[in-house]
Design a protein around this ligand. Structure first.
Ligand code: NAP
Length: 289
């Protein structure tokens, strides 16, 4: 039985862990921690928390995730996505706890046609990606038992995300435009939570950076079209170019990640993003009836 602390316990991924935790609660004890209970940017509080709780595993799902707002708040983004990860890594080292830290495909510039592997050159295009890369570096530098998982295009039945935004727009509008020239891999956050549990339960640990998402790549436009098809929405979706939808933060044009390392090392199961999307939409539908 391992004591597993989940920082960011009230965020999207945190809520997915809450959902699946009952499948594992005969094996592990889960402690969900929100920002109201522990501010991860408070170094003393982080150390105090770890000294008191003494977890065997810490999943850091806490982050500053407002990609565009980060351009105006680089200090806060860096404090949460960068410095705080150092405090957490140091506290994990002192407690001899495994650290599973979540990162992002936005550490890449997206200027390539190959799928990024874990050791490919990083070159974040905005503050969010740069601060997440800083966090990765701190985790690896300050604690040798760190597993970094980069994921992409996260969605679920919880919190705010692309799928839920589309469902809302389908109900409000007759026609929308969605960007069709950015490529990436959507990830059902429940699948990510299960992949992390596979790593925690693995007898032999391999540390370092891993990629996890659903596959294969798609565009936001095709992703939106699939949501409309599955939900039988009559919305008209127009494909638009990134240049027609300017945002404060520059995003990678193609951030598709190679997934073979996590599959081969940990035996993590991968699945098609359309299958995962169908499951998520069924969950959302069940919640609304
Ligand atoms: N969402 C995506 O599309 C995406 C894509 C790739 C990677 N990721 C990564 O995946 C991870 C999980 O993302 P998510 O979608 O679950 O994010 P989320 O829903 O925004 O949750 C992040 C959580 O972090 C907490 N947090 C923020 N500042 C904190 C602080 N100072 N102290 C303690 N907690 C704090 C937030 O709490 P409050 O709400 O109370 O502030 C929130 O509950 C993150 O590392 C993110 O960078 C996300």
């Amino acid at each position: 039985m391992k004591k597993i602390v989940i920082l960011g316990g009230k965020g999207q991924l945190g809520q997915c862990f809450r959902k699946i935790s009952s499948d594992y609660d005969d094996q592990h004890e889960f402690i969900f921690v929100g920002s109201d209970e522990l501010d991860i940017t408070d170094e003393d509080a982080v150390h105090g928390f770890f000294s008191e709780q003494k977890p065997q595993v810490c999943i850091n799902a806490a982050a500053y995730t407002a990609v565009d707002k980060a351009e105006q708040e680089p200090g806060m983004a860096s404090a949460i996505n960068g410095d705080a990860v150092r405090y957490i890594a140091e506290a994990c080292k002192q407690s001899d706890a495994l650290l599973i830290h979540i990162s992002t495909d936005y550490v890449f510039d997206g200027e390539t046609n190959i799928s990024y592997s874990e050791d490919n050159f990083t070159n974040p295009q905005g503050v969010y990606g740069a601060t997440k890369l800083q966090g990765e570096e701190y985790a690896l530098e300050y604690h040798s038992q760190s597993v970094i998982i980069r994921t992409s295009w996260l969605y679920s039945e919880f919190a705010k995300n692309f799928v839920k935004t589309m469902l809302r727009l389908f109900g409000e509008k007759e026609e929308i435009g969605v960007v069709a020239d950015q490529f990436g891999q959507p990830t059902y956050a429940v699948d990510l939570a299960k992949a992390i549990m596979t790593i925690i339960n693995a007898e032999r640990k391999v540390y370092g950076v891993f990629h996890f998402s659903n596959y294969p790549e798609t565009t936001w436009y095709h992703f939106a079209q699939k949501i409309a098809e599955i939900t039988e929405s009559s919305i008209k979706i127009n494909s638009i170019a990134t240049t027609e939808f300017p945002t404060p933060a520059r995003r990678p044009m193609r951030s598709t990640m190679a997934l073979d390392k996590i599959e081969e090392t940990y035996g993590v199961e991968l699945r098609h993003w359309e299958t995962a999307l169908e499951e998520c939409l069924a969950e959302i539908q069940m919640e609304t009836v």
